[in-house]
Design a protein around this ligand. Structure first.
Ligand code: COS
Length: 385
């Protein structure tokens, strides 16, 4: 069982410790046999179970003025990731997809969708990236033109998680001028006839992922979230919350890798003694533990700052995501090394972690983008590129 001492850090309250303990019990009971061979069915099933047992309620707070508790989101992601990458994925994407509605949606939008996403009765997706605008969000080309009492969307989105199984997509499209100020956010139903799943994309750690096409995809005016032109800010503010949680998932993967490695080092005999007696091995274990503690401090600091009511946590979230994902990659690489051949055996927990961690350094803002965000926060406004 992983180190739990961090739960006594001042970032947490008693309710967080209680939730972490309850989720640990739930995860041990429910996540030992997730079927990774059919990811669509596995994700649908996970969303149903996470909804039924109340965990998805934390992705979209109840009622007007309800606030996301980022520490809770992070604790849930860390715990789920330690048990099952796919369970973490199912939870996180429900949060990212519902995020723009819970942070910026009208009462009507919240009433229509959030009860369903909280209960696991509707699957959500966040459709921002395009073939020519992954890191450069302000360059989104998908258009949304005013048409009578609604909008018509045309364009393409790619790398969309839950693409193909989602009931609602938050789609960012251009309603105005070039650049960040011309974007708006819309809710598009999965069964809208103007939306097609153009391609399913296979990746090294499989999960539902697709390229979407919008051809004369009509939505009513009340599908617009916030006001026209607020899309970029809605996307960035949602990412400010969920980037911290990506760091938390990386932390969960890293803790699992360290747990597996400690078990192996204690049990395996090498050169006539326990592997853990070798100082070179101890050096690796110490480096892994240090990376994990530093990542945890940055992740829960960012979550705590947001929960204290900070309007922007862009820098804290960027630091948490950047450090935790890069650190987890180092920790997991060391775990593979210390497992020898078993570390690359298909289906071994550290082999799975090795495939799962890689995408976290890319999605929701690649590591290099996080560096740009951090550097900009240090420079005076006039000196920024
Ligand atoms: N919260 C609220 N508002 C924000 C914001 C945030 N986190 N970040 C930027 N804004 C606002 C800015 O204040 C600015 O407002 P004004 O025009 O009123 O001054 C506006 O949005 C434009 O900001 P900026 O000039 O920084 O935009 P850029 O195009 O230069 O942004 C980065 C560049 C790299 C920061 C942005 O494109 C980014 O984060 N890219 C990565 C995207 C990503 O995560 N992709 C993965 C897709 S989701 S899996």
């Amino acid at each position: 069982m992983s180190d739990r001492d961090f739960l006594n850090w001042p970032f947490f309250e008693e309710r967080h410790r209680k939730l972490a303990a309850e989720l640990e019990t739930w995860a041990a009971k429910n996540l030992s046999s997730v079927d990774h061979n059919n990811v669509d069915a596995a994700c649908r099933d996970l969303v149903v179970r996470l909804g039924r047992d109340g965990w998805l309620a934390h992705t979209a707070p109840d009622g007007e003025g309800g606030r996301l508790d980022v520490r809770t989101l992070a604790l849930i992601r860390e715990t789920l990731a330690r048990h099952s990458g796919l369970a973490d994925f199912a939870f996180a994407m429900q949060g990212l997809g519902a995020g723009p509605i819970s942070l910026f949606g009208s009462t009507g939008q919240r009433d229509e969708w959030l009860a369903k996403t909280r209960a696991g009765k509707a699957i959500a997706a966040f459709a921002l990236s395009e073939p020519a605008s992954g890191s450069d969000v302000a360059n989104v080309a998908t258009s949304a033109s005013r048409d009578g009492n609604g909008y018509v969307l045309n364009g393409e989105k790619t790398w969309i998680s839950n693409g193909g199984i989602a009931d609602l997509y938050i789609v960012f499209a251009r309603t105005g001028e070039a650049g960040a100020r011309g974007l708006s956010a819309f809710i598009v139903r999965g069964d809208n006839p103007g939306l097609t799943i153009a391609e399913r994309i296979d990746v090294i750690a499989p999960h539902p992922l697709a390229r979407l096409e919008f051809k004369n995809c009509r939505v009513d005016a009340d599908a617009l979230i916030g006001k026209p032109g607020e899309g970029f800010k809605i996307a960035m503010a949602t990412l400010d919350v969920f980037r911290t949680s990506v760091g938390a998932a990386a932390l969960g993967f890293a803790r699992r890798a360290l747990d597996e490695t400690i078990k192996r080092a204690a049990n395996r005999q090498l050169f006539g003694a326990a592997m853990s007696d070798l100082q070179m091995v101890q050096g690796h274990l110490a480096d892994m533990a240090l990376d994990i503690e530093a990542a945890a401090l940055l992740v829960y600091r960012a979550a705590w700052v947001k929960d204290q009511g900070a309007a922007r946590v862009t820098r804290e979230a960027a630091m948490a995501k950047l450090y935790a994902t890069e650190a987890a990659q180092r920790v997991i690489d060391a775990a593979v090394q210390l497992h020898g051949g078993d570390g690359v055996r298909s289906g071994h927990p550290v082999e799975t972690l090795y495939r799962e961690i890689r995408a976290l350094r890319i999605y929701e803002g690649a590591s290099d983008v996080q560096k740009v965000v951090i550097a900009r926060s240090l420079l005076p406004a006039g000196a920024r590129a």
